[in-house]
Design a protein around this ligand. Structure first.
Ligand code: BGC
Length: 347
C-alpha cells in the first residue's frame, strides 16, 4: 500500500512509499486512511531536523493528525465498520514513569515515550493503518472531514486545561485573551477562548489572505502589531515560538497573568533580553509562563466537543488545501493563504 514516508534525520527524504500492510501488533482496529493533516512538526521532520525512526527500518510512515474510517473493529471496541476515527499520537514509555503509568503520557518524565508518525512508531499517513481501541478516538459522523482537526484541537484542550490549573492558584476570572499566531493552533486557541466567552485578540503578521477575516468572524480582534493591543491580557496563548514575541508578551502580563507556550520556532535566533528586569516583573506580578506539548486521552474527547460546538463553515475555512497522497510532498511547501493543508490518502 502507499504511505507518506520519510527517512528520519535525512533532509528532503519525503516520498510516496510502498510499505507493507499495517502490522496486527499496531492494534485490532483496521482503518482506511482518509486524511492526514500537515503541521510544523512534519515539516521539521522532512527537513531532517526532528523525529526518529522505527527499529530495523530507515523509513518511517509520517502523519500524526489523522482521520480514517473503520474497516474492521472487534466487538466491544466501541467502534464499528464505517465509523470515523482519529488516532492518539503518543504512547506511554515502557518503564513506565509515574506520569505515563497514570495515562499522563503527555507529561512523560523519562522521554522514552513513542509517538505515531514522529518518534519510533509508524504514523497514520497511509492508505490503511491499525490502532488499539484505547488509542482510537471516535469522531462523530457529522464532523466529516473536519475530524482531521481533532488532534490539533487536542493540543489546545490541554493548553487551556493548564492555563486553568495555573489560574486556579488564586482568584481566576480571565477577561482578555491574547493569542499570538493565526495558524491552525492559534486559530483553534482563539476558537476555544471565544467559546468560553472571553474577549479575544489575535496577533499575526498576515495582512491579507484568510486569517484576518477568520479571526473577525469569531468576534475577535485581529492585530498586526502588539503595540496596538489596548489591554493587558490575563491569558496569552503563544503559538509562534518566536523568542522576541514571547518576551514582549511576557512583559505585558498583568498580576496573576498566565502565558502558555505552545509553539516552537524552527530556527534558533539570538535576541537581547534584560532578564533581570523581566524576572523582577514576573515575580512581583505572580505571572506564570507554562510550556505545553501533546495531549492525553481526555483532551481528544474535549477536542471533539470543541469542534462540534463550532460553526462547521468556519472550521472548513481552516482547511485551505488538500493534496493527493500521490503528490503529498507538495503539502510541505508553504503557499500563500495556507492555514491547514491536508493530504487526501485516497487519491
Ligand atoms: C504534535 C504532538 C507531539 C509534538 C512533539 C506535535 O506536532 O501535535 O502530539 O507531541 O509534535 O513531537
Amino acid at each position: 500500500m502507499r504511505a507518506m514516508t520519510v527517512v528520519p534525520g535525512k533532509a528532503d527524504s519525503a516520498s510516496v512509499g510502498e510499505v507493507p500492510e499495517p502490522a496486527e501488533s499496531d492494534g485490532s482496529i483496521l482503518v482506511e486512511g482518509l486524511l492526514a493533516g500537515i503541521c510544523g512538526t512534519d515539516i521539521e521532520m522532512c527537513s531532517g531536523l526532528f523525529g526518529s525512526g522505527r527499529q530495523g527500518s530507515d523509513k518511517l510512515v509520517i502523519g500524526h493528525e489523522s482521520l480514517g474510517r473503520v474497516l474492521e473493529a472487534p466487538a466491544g471496541s466501541g467502534l464499528t465498520t464505517g465509523d470515523l476515527v482519529a488516532g492518539i499520537v503518543r504512547r506511554p514509555d515502557p518503564v513506565p514513569c509515574p506520569a505515563c503509568a497514570r495515562g499522563e503520557w503527555d507529561f512523560c518524565r523519562n522521554g522514552l515515550y513513542t509517538e505515531r508518525g514522529i518518534k519510533e512508531m509508524d504514523g497514520y499517513g497511509a492508505e490503511r493503518w491499525r490502532v488499539d481501541p484505547y488509542y482510537a478516538v471516535p469522531v462523530p459522523g457529522q464532523l466529516g472531514r473536519l475530524g482531521v482537526l481533532v488532534e490539533p484541537a487536542s493540543i489546545l484542550a490541554k493548553a487551556w486545561e493548564q492555563v486553568d490549573q495555573v489560574g486556579a492558584r488564586s482568584w481566576y476570572g480571565p477577561e482578555h485573551v491574547l493569542v499570538t499566531g493565526a495558524g491552525p493552533i492559534g486559530l483553534l486557541a482563539a476558537l476555544i477562548a471565544t467559546q468560553r466567552g472571553y474577549t479575544v485578540h489575535v496577533l499575526d503578521l498576515a495582512t491579507d489572505g484568510p486569517k484576518p477575516q477568520l479571526v473577525r468572524d469569531l468576534g475577535a480582534e485581529y492585530l498586526n502589531d502588539l503595540a496596538d493591543l489596548q489591554v493587558a491580557p490575563d491569558v496569552v496563548i503563544e503559538a509562534t515560538g518566536a523568542g522576541r514575541l514571547v518576551v514582549d508578551c511576557a512583559k505585558l502580563l498583568p498580576p496573576a497573568g498566565v502565558m502558555c507556550l505552545t509553539g516552537i520556532s524552527p530556527s534558533p535566533a539570538a535576541i537581547d533580553v534584560q532578564l533581570d528586569a523581566l524576572t523582577r516583573q514576573l515575580v512581583v506580578r505572580n505571572a506564570a509562563l507554562v510550556g505545553s506539548v501533546n495531549a492525553a486521552k481526555r483532551h481528544y474527547a474535549e477536542a471533539v466537543d470543541v469542534l462540534l460546538a463550532a460553526d462547521p463553515a468556519w472550521l472548513e475555512r481552516l482547511i485551505t488545501r488538500s493534496v493527493p497522497l500521490s503528490d503529498w510532498p507538495t503539502a510541505l511547501v508553504k503557499e500563500p493563504g495556507d492555514i491547514k493543508v491536508v493530504v487526501d490518502l485516497q487519491r
